[in-house]
Design a protein. Structure first.
Length: 99
């Protein structure tokens, strides 16, 4: 941006483009499909741009969006996805295995 700040939406969109350019890995389980939908909501990306093997942080996620994801998982699925686990297991597939 002209003001020297990072345009995080543009970065996330570019990350999504790169992810969709690679071979997509679609959800294999109901848990993966649900988590992908929640990631889409938190990251502001279309579900189709989110591969289950792609890192949350490579798609534009950061500590604040990870916190939002943890809260949304708790509210929607009524299970805990602890913040440290989001950082340690940053893919949909890895997180779904915890549910």
């Amino acid at each position: 941006m002209a003001n020297g700040k990072l345009d995080r939406r543009t970065l996330a969109a570019k990350a999504a483009e790169q992810a969709s350019a690679r071979s997509e890995e679609a959800p294999r389980t109901a848990e993966e499909a649900t988590l992908r939908r929640l990631w889409s909501e938190v990251l502001g990306l279309p579900e189709e741009a989110i591969s289950v093997s792609r890192s949350f942080f490579h798609l534009g996620g950061h500590s604040l969006t990870a916190t939002r994801l943890a809260a949304l998982v708790r509210k929607t699925l009524e299970v805990e996805l602890p913040l440290p686990e989001i950082f340690a297991r940053p893919t949909v597939a890895e997180q779904a295995a915890l549910l």
